[in-house]
Design a protein around this ligand. Structure first.
Ligand code: AHR
Length: 319
């Protein structure tokens, strides 16, 4: 076996998932940027997962702009990569560039966000969580927490036009639509960043009797929740008790905030989106196995009691 590997290596081949592929796979990954702690972890995990499988990974940072992502995809096509991974910043506008990739027989894999296209054969599979479910979990938690009391919620939405922002909004609305005591009184995008989350929360606090009229923050990611926590503290209120905080991602900082009593709940999004996509690519290259159209990652729900253990676990997760 060792001899086999040595020979294979010598001719420029690698052993992937137990089968010899003709050459080292090169994957171009158009990443959105580094807007959040979760995003940075996703990038770092992608590098580790590529290394584990002997894949040559080229990452292009789009700095939150779809036009940069489209340029990156065109550049990957010109370089003749074996596959293209895209974390699509917004969900529309992808057809032309995906058709170009298809013209060159380069399979496209979507990571962590979805797109809307008439022809879904333009991408091979998408690896993502069920973002509607994430929003529902957050909404159901809040309904139980307030136990029938009136609760005015302010919502910090993710990037405008991002699938996850639309779906997390819809999921939360589905959940609270079942009761009459929990209502969203203000909603605005904080673009998934800590600084924008803080800025928008400051404006909500000013508009709502210095925050006294706000019962809870629902943030589409933990970074915006952390920004909101800062704004609440600066307004002289206690996040976690005067104003409840529920968000999505499960990044280390939200667990630190839970331990400090300043955050109440988070729905975890795994940063390992690339691993399942690499495995699907390898199986496809090996014998043409087509992956399922959607590979759905698990969404675990965490509260303060889970925070110390989660904080430990996160150390091994690319954060
Ligand atoms: O698409 C996933 C979302 O993008 C994460 O929840 C958020 O932190 C990131 O910016």
């Amino acid at each position: 076996m060792l001899k086999q590997i040595a020979v294979a290596t010598a001719i420029g081949s690698i052993l992937l998932s137990g089968s010899l592929l003709a050459k080292t796979l090169t994957v171009g990954f158009s990443q959105i940027g580094s807007e959040s702690g979760w995003r940075a972890a996703e990038t770092s995990v992608a590098k580790t997962e590529a290394e584990k499988r002997g894949i040559n990974l080229k990452i292009s940072d789009a700095q939150q702009k779809q036009e940069n992502q489209i340029k990156a995809v065109r550049s990957f096509i010109a370089q003749g990569v074996d596959a293209i991974f895209i974390a699509p910043v917004v969900q529309t506008g992808w057809e032309p560039v995906l058709e170009e990739a298809r013209d060159y027989d380069i399979p496209v894999f979507l990571l962590d966000r979805g797109i809307t296209v008439d022809d879904d054969s333009l991408y091979m599979t998408s690896v993502a969580a069920d973002s509607v479910h994430e929003g529902e979990v957050a909404g159901n938690w809040l309904i139980d927490k307030v136990n029938g009391k009136k609760c005015n919620v302010v919502e910090l939405q993710g990037t405008v036009g991002a699938s996850v922002a639309l779906d997390r909004k819809a999921g939360f609305a589905n959940a609270i639509g079942k009761v009459s005591n929990v209502k969203i009184i203000r909603t605005q995008s904080g673009d998934f960043t800590r600084s924008k989350g803080k800025e928008v929360m400051e404006s909500f606090i000013k508009a709502e009797d210095n925050g006294k009229n706000i019962c809870a923050v629902y943030a589409h990611n933990d970074d915006m929740a952390i920004g909101a926590i800062q704004a609440i503290k600066e307004a002289g209120l206690k996040p976690g008790s005067d104003i409840l905080i529920v968000s999505i991602d499960g990044v280390p900082d939200i667990f630190k905030a839970m331990i400090a009593g300043e955050a109440n709940a988070s729905v975890e999004l795994t940063p390992n989106m690339a691993g399942p996509a690499f495995d699907a690519l390898i199986a496809y290259k090996k014998d043409g196995t087509m992956p399922p159209k959607h590979i759905t990652t698990e969404s675990k729900f965490f509260e303060p009691a889970d925070a110390p253990a989660q904080l430990e676990l996160k150390k091994d997760m690319g954060y």
